[in-house]
Write a protein that binds this ligand. Structure first.
Ligand SMILES: Nc1ncnc2c1ncn2[C@@H]1O[C@H](COP(=O)(O)OP(=O)(O)OP(=O)(O)O)[C@@H](O)[C@H]1O
Ligand SMILES: O=C(O)[C@H](O)CO
Length: 524
């Protein structure tokens, strides 16, 4: 009897495995790419990361190995795309110990989260936290400036009995604008917009932002002194550098005017700066020099990273495996010009899809390009080795994952974002390769759900993009030259290739994914 049962069970398992394989085969590569992306985003939901890192034990909070006493002394501020959900969870954890709070979050986020049924990311009706929406299209505006003022006010009223919980996530720089007088918001915004448009990295951009702002570069921690400050940070910068995420409002950083001027010079902006900016940069004493407080140096400030791109890719890889792929993480630090990045993905797709040993020039070009876009040679060797083994042993499909934040040099006037422009360029690189289901699919998406100032997060492409656009009378080169990737993808095949999850409520940079179908072994 036991043998019969065990036989039946194994037959059922075989049948289930067969059904699963059939279901997976029917699910297109594109659908699976979208599913893996959704999992990456799900893994870094703000409420999840706060729950994971903040423990309440009676009247204490345990964070990063330290304990903080709660006695109705907790105040909360926050700024960033993921902060609403972080605040909702933090309020659930600390309960009545929360005295008051102010958060600065993206315009329309409450409505979007409500529409998507993400109620766990919304504050309760009688919340003690005031929500201020601003920075439409991720650009600092008057609303965000008002929110920054309220946050500054709250922080400035604290005493040494108080505990200030600071929730920080990507997009925080635009949501906490407090230009140093006499710089106006418009002037500061113009400088940063021109820098971003010239292809400056987030490191360069935020070094300049810190120098022109009252609250960035440790300014907020300084205002909150002598209160204890605990910052929970959801990282959206490669390598998770505390001083750069949201321009580091709780991380004491001395401003070096020479460094700022040299960045502005390298993008030919130093000759056209407003007089107010020159005046602030020309001031002799650095911000911290005459300050009596010692915040940030004496344990008054704890900064801790609670979520990152690495965590998102790890969970994405797990989902990819369930969906029938062998996951390989290429790098967490892809950066640099999207033109070069797209070339690298094109080469990787050719390398991975090649039935025979790929020509050595292919590997040589990848190894030359990799370091230029933040991918270490070692990571490329490791990835090529895995892909090679797959070719020789006839392994199944591969899901190549990477994270980071490339840049676009804006020369046109169109609408787009770095993910859509990258996907468009990779689509061109894949031109001539087999179409799915036998050819590769590429996805690029911003985990915040908003790519540049557009409603899309990114796009999905393959080797058929060029032909498809041509057949529909669309001029790819024209759109590319005008940085008009959003218009392009909105028009091609009725926008089907766009990735549009809506604002996701989180933000850990971008996810790139190359799905490579299995290559049958060649029988000699
Ligand atoms: N028309 C366009 N085409 C391509 N890229 C664009 C376009 N307009 C803006 N961008 C790019 O979009 C980026 C800004 O968008 P986005 O808000 O997604 O990124 P971010 O400022 O890095 O914010 P976060 O880190 O919060 O995602 C800049 O890198 C900018 O160069
Ligand atoms: O807000 C910012 O400065 C960017 O999102 C990087 O954190």
């Amino acid at each position: 009897m036991a043998r019969v049962l065990s036989l039946l069970r194994s037959q059922t398992l075989v049948t289930l495995a067969g059904v699963r394989r059939t279901v997976l085969c029917r699910m297109s590569l594109e659908a699976r790419a979208r599913e893996v992306f959704a999992t990456a985003v799900e893994a870094v939901q703000p409420d999840v990361v706060v729950r994971r890192s903040v423990e309440r034990k009676d009247d204490s909070l345990l964070i990063d190995g330290r304990s903080f006493v709660l006695r109705n002394n907790l105040h909360l501020v926050g700024f960033g795309k993921a902060v609403l959900g972080m605040a909702a969870e933090a309020e659930r954890i600390v309960g009545d110990h929360l005295v008051n709070g102010v958060i600065s979050v993206p315009h329309g986020i409450q409505e979007t989260l409500r529409c998507h049924g993400k109620n766990q990311m919304l504050l309760k009706d009688k919340s003690r936290i005031k929500v201020m929406e601003g920075a439409k299209h991720n650009l600092p505006d008057g609303d965000a400036q008002n929110a920054a003022e309220c946050i500054k006010q709250l922080a400035s009223e604290l005493t040494e009995q108080d505990l200030l919980l600071v929730l920080i996530s990507g997009g925080g720089s635009a949501l906490l604008p407090a230009p140093i007088p006499p710089i106006s918001l418009q002037e500061k915004h113009d400088v940063t917009r021109r820098l971003a448009g010239s292809g400056a990295t987030i490191q360069e951009l935020n070094t300049v932002r810190r120098a022109l702002s009252l609250l960035k570069g440790g300014g907020l921690a300084r205002v909150a002194h002598p209160a204890q400050v605990v910052a929970l940070i959801l990282s959206d910068v490669i390598g998770d550098p505390l001083d750069l995420i949201a321009s580091g409002p709780t991380v004491r950083t001395d401003v070096c005017s020479e460094e700022v001027i040299s960045i502005l010079q390298s993008y030919n902006l130093s000759d056209s700066l407003p007089a107010s900016v020159n005046e602030v940069l020309g001031r002799v004493s650095p911000r911290w020099e005459n300050s009596k407080d010692d915040s940030g140096r004496t344990g008054h400030v704890l900064n801790t990273v609670i979520g990152s791109n690495g965590i998102a890719l790890k969970c994405a890889g797990r989902r990819a495996r369930e969906l029938g792929f062998r996951p390989v993480v290429l790098s967490l630090g892809v950066c640099g010009n999207v033109k070069l990045v797209s070339r690298l993905y094109g080469l990787l797709a050719r390398f991975a899809s090649s039935r025979d040993e790929p020509p050595p020039e292919l590997a040589a070009e990848m190894l030359r390009l990799g370091p230029e876009v933040g991918v270490a040679s070692w990571d490329l060797y490791r990835t090529m080795q895995v892909l090679d083994e797959g070719r020789k042993e006839g392994w199944g499909a591969t899901c190549l994952l990477a994270g980071g934040e490339p840049t676009v040099e804006l020369t046109g006037k169109g609408r787009g974002g770095r993910n859509q422009e990258l996907a468009l360029r990779v689509g061109l690189e894949l031109r001539g390769m087999e179409l799915p289901p036998r050819g590769p699919v590429f996805l690029s998406g911003g985990t915040d759900g908003q790519d540049g100032p557009t409603e899309a997060a990114g796009a999905v492409t393959d080797g058929g993009l060029w032909e498809e656009a041509r057949a529909q009378g669309l001029d790819i080169d024209g759109h590319l030259n005008d940085n008009d990737s959003f218009t392009f993808f909105s028009n091609v095949s009725g926008g089907q290739r766009l990735l549009s999850p809506g604002l996701t409520g989180t933000n850990v940079m971008d996810v790139h994914m190359l799905l490579i179908p299995s290559i049958p072994i060649r029988i000699h």
